[in-house]
Ligand binder design. Structure first.
Ligand SMILES: Cc1cc2nc3c(=O)[nH]c(=O)nc-3n(C[C@H](O)[C@H](O)[C@H](O)COP(=O)(O)OP(=O)(O)OC[C@H]3O[C@@H](n4cnc5c(N)ncnc54)[C@H](O)[C@@H]3O)c2cc1C
Length: 427
C-alpha cells in the first residue's frame, strides 16, 4: 500500500495483510457491479453477497486506497453539522430520518467488526469533541441539547472533567459521545473486504473502470483487461473519482487533512493521554485531531497536506502542538506522516444521485464517512436488491459542479498553512 509514501502512512504499516485480490481479466457477469473499494463499496458488496446476489467490485488501485485507508479512524455518529442544521438543510421528508440513521451508524460498524472478527484495533469508548475556546464550548452545549433531545448518550464535560479525560489542560470542556469509538481504518477496510469475499463477492483491484455503456437492460463496465456486465451499478468513489469518473471531482471541494504519528510513547506517559480510550478532535475552524493507536503512538492531524511543499511547515506545527497540548510527552519525533482528500460539499450534506437507470451513487460525507459509508453501502445494497429510492434517507439530487471549486480548495489549503505558520510562531 505504498503507492506514495505520504498516502497511507502508519495505517499501511500496522494493518494486517490485505485481502487476496487480482485484477479483472476477461468478461464477468454479475447482478450488481460496485465501483470503489472503500467503506461504501465494501459494505455494499458484503451486504449484497450476504443476500445471495452475484457481486463484482472493481477498485482502481487497492482496497482502502481512498479516504478509507487514510482517515483518522474516529467512528463518529451523525454528520459534522448539528442535527437541527441537518434537518433544516435536508428538509422535512428526509432530514429527521438522516439524523436518526446516521446517529446509529457506529452500531453497524461495531456490529460488523464483531460479527466478522475484524482485527482493526476497534475501541468503543466514545469520542471527545474538545472546546478550543469559550465559543467552542457554547457550540458544544448546543450540540448536547440537540442530541439529548433525540435520545443520544452524549455528555458535556466541564473544563476539569475534560482535562482528566483528555490528559490536557488546553481545552475549555468537551462533549463525550458514547455512541462513538475508534478503529484502525485501513484494517477495518481490509476486514470488510475479507468478509465480503467470504460471503461470495468477487473483488478486483488494479481494475479501474475506464469506460461504461448501457446495452439494452445491462451495464458494460470496461477495465484495462476486462469487462463486467451487470444489471445494476453502485458507484462508491467519494473523494477519489478517477478514470471514467474524473469529472465527478468537479462536484466536490477538495479538503486535505494530514496526520503525523509519534513513536510509541513510554507507558507512564501514554497512560496520561486520553486514558479512557477515546479519540478526540477540537472545535476550531482549522480543526485538529488527537488519538492513540494500539501501540501507544500519538497521532495528531489537521487541515492541509504534507505533499506539495506543506511537509516542513505542518511538521513544525505538529511538534509545537504536541508540546503545548501534551507537555508530559516532552521532546519527541514524528515517525509517520500522511494525508488524504475529503470530499466536501458547500452545504456539508452528502448527496444521493441516480445517475442513470440502475446506476446510483451516494457521495460526499464531508469527513464523516466510516459510519455513513458503512450504512449507505448497506442501504445501496438494499436498493439494488429491489428497494425504492425513498428508502435512502437523502433526496435524489442532480450532480452539479461546485462554483469556484479550485479557489475554494485553495482557500482551505492556504488558510490552513497560514494558520499553522502563525500558530507555530505564537505557541
Ligand atoms: C484524511 C482524512 C481523514 C478522515 N477522517 C475521518 C474520521 O476520522 N472519521 C470518519 O468517519 N471519516 C473520516 N474521513 C472520511 C472518510 O474517510 C471517507 O468519507 C470515506 O473513506 C468514504 O468512503 P468511500 O468508500 O465512500 O470512499 P473512498 O474510501 O474514498 O473510496 C473510493 C474508492 O474508489 C476508487 N475509485 C475511484 N475511481 C474509480 C474507478 N474509475 N474505478 C474503480 N475504482 C475507482 C478509489 O481508488 C477509492 O479507493 C476522513 C477522510 C480523510 C481523507
Amino acid at each position: 500500500m505504498h503507492e506514495k509514501t505520504l498516502s497511507h502512512g502508519l495505517w499501511a504499516v500496522t494493518a494486517p495483510a490485505p485481502p487476496e485480490t487480482r485484477n479483472l481479466k476477461g468478461e464477468v457477469k454479475a447482478d450488481v457491479a460496485v465501483i470503489g473499494g472503500g467503506f461504501t463499496g465494501l459494505s455494499a458488496a458484503l451486504h449484497l453477497a450476504e443476500a445471495g446476489s452475484a457481486v463484482a467490485l472493481l477498485e482502481a488501485r487497492e482496497i482502502g486506497f481512498g479516504g478509507a485507508g487514510r482517515n483518522v479512524g474516529l467512528v463518529n455518529a451523525g454528520l459534522w453539522l448539528m442535527p437541527e442544521e441537518v434537518e433544516k438543510k435536508v428538509g422535512p421528508v428526509y432530514g429527521a430520518r438522516l439524523v436518526e440513521v446516521l446517529g446509529h451508524s457506529p452500531d453497524l460498524v461495531f456490529e460488523l467488526i464483531e460479527k466478522n472478527n475484524i482485527p482493526c484495533e476497534a475501541i468503543r469508548k466514545g469520542t471527545l469533541h474538545c472546546a478550543h475556546s469559550p465559543g467552542g464550548y457554547r457550540g458544544l452545549q448546543q450540540r448536547e441539547t440537540q442530541w439529548k433531545a433525540r435520545g443520544a448518550p452524549v455528555r458535556l464535560l466541564s473544563r476539569e472533567q475534560a482535562a482528566a479525560e483528555i490528559g490536557s489542560e488546553s481545552f475549555y470542556g468537551a462533549l463525550l459521545d458514547e455512541r462513538a469509538g475508534t478503529v484502525q481504518p485501513l484494517a477495518y477496510a481490509y476486514g470488510l473486504a475479507k468478509a465480503a469475499q467470504q460471503a461470495g463477492a468477487s473483488l478486483y483491484t488494479e481494475s479501474p473502470v475506464s469506460d461504461y455503456s448501457r446495452e439494452r437492460d445491462v451495464w458494460r463496465l470496461t477495465t484495462p483487461e476486462g469487462t463486467v456486465i451487470a444489471r445494476s451499478v453502485i458507484l462508491a468513489i467519494q473523494g477519489y473519482p478517477d478514470f471514467a469518473f474524473r469529472d465527478h471531482r468537479q462536484a466536490v471541494i477538495p479538503f486535505n487533512f494530514f496526520q503525523f504519528a509519534t513513536p510509541p510513547l513510554p507507558e507512564a506517559v501514554r497512560k496520561t493521554i486520553l486514558p479512557g480510550g477515546q479519540g478526540a478532535w477540537d472545535t476550531h475552524l482549522i480543526l485538529s485531531s488527537y488519538r492513540l493507536d494500539q501501540a501507544g503512538r500519538l497521532i495528531v492531524g489537521s487541515v492541509g497536506q504534507v505533499e506539495n511543499g506543506g511537509y516542513r511547515l505542518h511538521e513544525k506545527w505538529a511538534l509545537r502542538t504536541i508540546g503545548k497540548i501534551f507537555p508530559q510527552i516532552g521532546e519527541t519525533q514524528l515517525e509517520y506522516a500522511w494525508n488524504g482528500c475529503i470530499a466536501m460539499t458547500v452545504d456539508h450534506i452528502p448527496r444521493f444521485h441516480v445517475l442513470a437507470d440502475n446506476m446510483v451513487m451516494v457521495t460526499s460525507y464531508n469527513g464523516r464517512g466510516i459510519g455513513p459509508g458503512t450504512v449507505f453501502g448497506k442501504l445501496l445494497a438494499e436498493y439494488a436488491l429491489g428497494g425504492a429510492v425513498q428508502d435512502i434517507p437523502l433526496p435524489v439530487t442532480k450532480q452539479k459542479g461546485v462554483f469556484l471549486r479550485g479557489l475554494r480548495g485553495l482557500f482551505y489549503e492556504t488558510g490552513a498553512r497560514a494558520y499553522h505558520l502563525l500558530q507555530r510562531r505564537v505557541l
